[in-house]
Design a protein around this ligand. Structure first.
Ligand code: ATP
Ligand code: MG
Ligand code: FE
Length: 341
């Protein structure tokens, strides 16, 4: 079964072709980062308009990359939600129009189910059940995943998501939008010993997390350092980035290990944009190796938003005969309410 996947939930237009026998055949992406950068964040109306411009050319590029035509498609999958209403409507309209025109099924995919299942696009891929650490720009959750549609939330952030904490802290340090990846690059050159920031809720019994205090702690550190040093120099900025990353990574690693202990599961799956973070990957790999646990990641290019994860999740839903939805979007949508196939 050949599935076309379309992702338009936020500021990335992603289109991909996934074949249930041959795997991922093509994957095209346009990021609107540069367009939104001058506003310091995503402007929803601009995002929707850009998705309109990009969706069809990206689809054509995908078909060309895979050497296929529209007639070869067996189904279309699109991101139904959660996300920006207008942006979602673009993907929903394109997908439904295509499917209607071609007389093939269309399936509306949950964006987080896409992220969650994206490590299954890697080789080797994890078997169910596993614990999933979903760390994206809008979500930070630990989940017990027993199978497709069987998602149990074990713990989550009580305030900012991990990616959001990266981006807000980067902004506070004067890094250009979106700062997360740049903050992490600077952190690699920073001294881990110079500053220490708090690890919120590290030893709390629950698997919940909290990251908004960390951002405030960085602000305090910046103010104090400015008072003693004057301007923050490059080295100091790198050292602050490092202190921030050390704190957030320690919390994520500790909570993930706790979730594995609590569920008795042996496999951890990491998904979402922050899953691209090198220090997080190294921290999890080291901790897991010591305990005989396995950690799985999506391919680096599929950590942030993309069409491949939507095509894949759509293919899983369709092959398990999950009921296809009617035309529509769901800007707010709770993952745990998804039906079991
Ligand atoms: P959601 O999926 O929750 O709706 P989103 O789609 O915006 O949110 P993703 O695309 O999965 O989230 O990830 C984007 C986030 O990942 C941003 O916050 C970005 O800063 C963060 N990110 C990307 N690369 C890195 C990195 N190397 N280190 C830390 N954070 C990163
Ligand atoms: Mg994005
Ligand atoms: Fe996302």
């Amino acid at each position: 079964m050949l599935v076309l996947g379309i992702e338009t939930s936020c500021d990335e237009t992603g289109v991909a072709l996934y074949d249930t026998e041959a795997g991922l055949l093509a994957h095209q992406l346009h990021t609107q980062m540069a367009m939104h950068a001058r506003y310091g964040g995503v402007v929803p109306e601009l995002a929707s308009r850009d998705h309109i411009r990009r969706a069809i050319p990206l689809m054509e590029a995908c078909l060309a990359e895979a050497g296929r035509t529209l007639k070869d498609l067996d189904a279309v999958a699109y991101t139904r939600g959660p996300g920006l209403g207008g942006a979602l409507l673009v993907g929903a309209s394109v997908a439904n129009a295509l499917a209607f025109g071609l007389g093939i099924p269309v399936v509306g995919v949950h964006h987080l189910e896409g992220h969650l299942l994206s490590p299954l696009l890697a080789d080797p891929k994890p078997d169910f059940p596993f614990v999933a650490l979903l760390v994206s720009g809008g979500h930070t959750q630990l989940m017990a995943v027993h199978g497709i549609g069987q998602y149990e939330i074990l713990g989550e952030t009580l305030d900012d998501a991990a990616g959001e904490a990266f981006d807000k802290t980067a902004k506070l340090l004067g890094l250009p939008y979106p700062g997360g990846p740049m903050l992490s690059r600077l952190a690699e050159e920073g001294d881990p010993q110079r500053f220490t920031l708090p690890r919120p809720m590290l030893h709390a019994d629950s698997l919940d997390m909290s990251f908004s205090g960390l951002k405030t702690a960085v602000l305090t550190l910046v103010t104090q350092t400015q008072a003693t040093l004057g301007e923050i120099d490059e080295t100091t900025r790198k050292d602050i980035c490092r202190a921030f990353q050390e704190a957030i990574v320690e919390v994520l690693v500790t909570k993930s290990l706790k979730a594995l202990r609590q569920t008795g599961m042996k496999r951890l799956v990491v998904a979402g944009g922050v899953g691209a973070n090198k220090q997080l990957r190294a921290g999890l790999d080291t901790a897991a190796a010591r305990r005989g646990l396995e950690v799985f990641y999506p391919p680096l290019s599929l950590c942030t938003d993309n069409g491949a994860m939507i095509a894949y999740a759509g293919a899983m839903r369709l092959s398990q005969r999950s009921p296809a939805g009617s035309f529509g979007v769901a800007p707010r949508w709770d993952l745990t309410t998804l039906p079991r196939p």
